[in-house]
Design a protein around this ligand. Sequence first.
Ligand code: SAT
Ligand code: MN
Length: 593
Amino acid sequence: MTASLSRQAAVVENKALKEWVADVARLTRPAQIVWCDGSEEENRRLLAQAVSSQVLIPLNHKKRPGCYLHRSHPNDVARTEGATYICTPTKQEAGPTNNWADPAQTYAKLSKWLEGSMAGRTMYVVPYLMGPVGSPLARVGVEVTDSLYVVLSMRIMTRMGAVALEALGNSADFNRGLHCTLDCDPQRRLICHFPQDNTVWSVGSDYGGNALLSKKCFALRIASYLARRESWMAEHMLIVGVESPDGQVTYIAGAFPSACGKTNLAMLTPPPTFKGWKVRTVGEDIAWMRVGADGRLWAINPESGYFGVAPGTSWRSNPNAMKMLERDTLFTNVALTPDGDVWWEGIGQDAPEGTLDWQGRPWKRTSSGKAAHPNSRFTTPMYNNPVLSPKADDPEGVPISAILFGGRRATTVPLVLEAFDWEHGVYLGATMGSETTAAATGAVGVIRRDPMAMLPFCGYNMGDYFAHWLAMGKRMKHPPKVFMVNWFRKAPDGSFLWPGYGENMRVLEWIISRINGTAKASETPVGFVPADGALRLDDLDIGPENFKQAVSIDPSDWKEEIEEHEKLLRRLGKTVPQELWRQLERLKAAFHF
Ligand code: SAT
Ligand code: MN
């Protein structure tokens, strides 16, 4: 090996890790290997390098200390689901919702692309820990990358460096992530998962969900596979603690597709009429959950940073996020104001004269395109969050009392709906649909079925995944109650029926009262909805008519909806558990379809 090992490598004792890194270096032939230790000193050094190599643009450090702007390649702005593969020995294991490729052939193909790909460049070795130190759910990953942007992002998103090596000890049980930017050519972009090997190879993209291998690749696709094997759950879910005025804290997990408001819900500010209520964030994107000795479901957030959507974030929609973004944040593909600050659509004020768009071009209000890319992002440490839960670093995690499933639906799905039981809840999650967003490349606003918001993230056969959910329900003495929510329902004139954001607190309160057995509900064929007057609407500028519409169940809409459910279950094929077919039949019968 021609590469020089840095000082830290000499103290890395783990044989399996050293051998694997040497193998990768033999293939990619970097000029230099840097083992990241996660220290402050290292961060300062890497930030300075990123600025001098124009990977990062420093922002106005008086206004936003420690903040930087990154502009991605214009063709590399979102997850590329078409280039994402699950490489299991058989296609059946990956199932009909995933792209599949043969593992041996894929390793061979990518090895050709990777041969000498880091020549003249630095290869960074990034050990990271997913989950609080000492958690029974915590896992180690190591990402090898040639991208400084990825290293600096991983430092925010994970517990990175020495802490991870310590947790790993001499074990060979770590996720092996190999990332190489290549030339950022969409024709040579592939994100490949090898669940049986606990391995990810990602090439040709520096975008978060494609390149921060801790996130969707390990913590969801690979982890979902491991979780089934080991009887736990890896889900695309936020985790919040909601504290009532009497001090009782109820923990809720919520699965929503990308760019459907998970970060906002996780950091919600209750409206003034909810005096004494507090919402605290445990996580805002991913939950790892296990059954505790008490028969409840316990959840941790495996990450330590947030990779959130910037557009629409404002002092009105999410004041806690605005405070969180004041320091130590990497912004990607937002607009740059002449005084070195950031701007995006929906930030709450007009862009000043002289603003540059996300590609660095002069931008005017009259310009045809957006100033910030619709999927522009912030990467910020969770410790910046002013409403971070004191339990966010607790190795035990938090006990979950409710699971929410939510999509973006202009019609059909009511503001809130409570499942009859766990099995019915699994059906609601399995069949949920949502309009597509800018978080993935492709058309925006098209309804697609996105089971448990895991369509792009489930690392194995979707029918087997449903069976795993049903099996987990049986393992719990006290399973969480399951709810469906929809903040996005519209009136015939196209306006939203529900104000959303902080006002969603009203829905959370009803959910908590249902858990405590104190709120009234009406039964419908699809589940329980709030009884008249059961959901607080005081101080809210919404007419009773609008609210009625927001919670209404229209049989003709549901006829179509159920047809879509049936199409989905058919498409998923023979692994779909009989229980879900039974739920479908029950639903049809309840409507007399
Ligand atoms: O880019 S990510 O995949 O991390 C964000 C998302 O789409 O949920
Ligand atoms: Mn997500």
